[in-house]
Design a protein around this ligand. Structure first.
Ligand code: HPA
Length: 235
């Protein structure tokens, strides 16, 4: 047990899906997992374990942003010894090639957070696990999703002052979307020799102001969660 997690050793499966929102974690467990049981409710940051197609899988909410997510991720890795972490979330579009509803699979993550420089020197470049990445890309293409395998920027600021321009030349260098957790996830996963991936649906375009509506948000989320669950079965 940890200050933020009341689960007992063995309560988490080797694979954990990581949404930000606690109620989304509950929805994922109830909608997709068989025999789901709640393993954590500390601070209402819910965690569940069940099975997907017969294989044990957990889902744990992380809250928003790297400081919050890193707490849950660190504890899942250090205390609960989990092996595969897949963030399922939303992102903002920074490049005209990425349209709302597109799937962004984050190969690497730049960041404006100071957390990463404290973990690892040399402007360390956080990167996804290749096996999870290639599984997800293959499945997404089989399913006909419009997918971008790209770099993202994990930003500490949601309300940036100048839309996509706030990220300077990053979009010209293959950083196609902004979200708030991937860099810390990737850096921590490497430290603990675990696999990690971030899969996002682009919901808010920072160039045009286009946003996905609530019905489409739900459908896209279902597709993305199934993609993440199936990705985890092949490691
Ligand atoms: N910024 C950061 N994270 C996000 C955004 C955004 O605009 N949209 C969805 N996740």
């Amino acid at each position: 047990m940890t200050p933020h997690n009341e689960a007992k050793p063995g309560d988490y499966a080797d694979t954990v899906l990581l949404p930000g929102d606690p109620l989304r974690a509950k929805w994922i467990a109830e909608t997709f997992l068989d025999d789901a049981r709640q393993v954590n409710a500390v601070r209402s940051c819910f965690g569940y374990t069940g099975t997907w197609k017969g294989t044990p899988v957990s889902v744990q909410a992380t809250g928003m942003g790297q400081p919050s997510a890193a707490i849950y991720i660190h504890e899942l890795l250090e205390t609960y010894k989990v092996k595969n972490l897949i963030r399922v979330g939303t992102c903002g579009g920074l490049h005209e090639s990425v349209k709302v509803r597109d799937v962004v699979i984050a190969m690497s993550a730049a960041t404006d957070s100071t957390m990463n420089s404290m973990f690892a020197p040399y402007n360390y470049a956080p990167f996804a696990d290749y096996k999870l990445l290639s599984n997800a890309v293959e499945l997404a293409s089989e399913r006909g999703f419009t997918t971008h395998v790209a770099s993202v920027v994990s930003s500490d600021i949601f309300y940036v002052p100048n839309g996509a321009k706030s990220y300077g030349a990053l979009p010209d260098h293959g950083v196609l979307a902004v979200e708030m957790e991937a860099a810390a996830l990737y850096t921590l996963a490497k430290k603990f020799d675990a696999r990690a991936l971030t899969i996002c649906t682009m919901t808010d375009c920072l160039i045009t102001g286009n946003q996905i509506d609530s019905t489409e948000r739900q459908t896209s989320l279902e597709d993305m969660v199934k993609l993440a669950l199936d990705t985890s079965l092949k490691v």
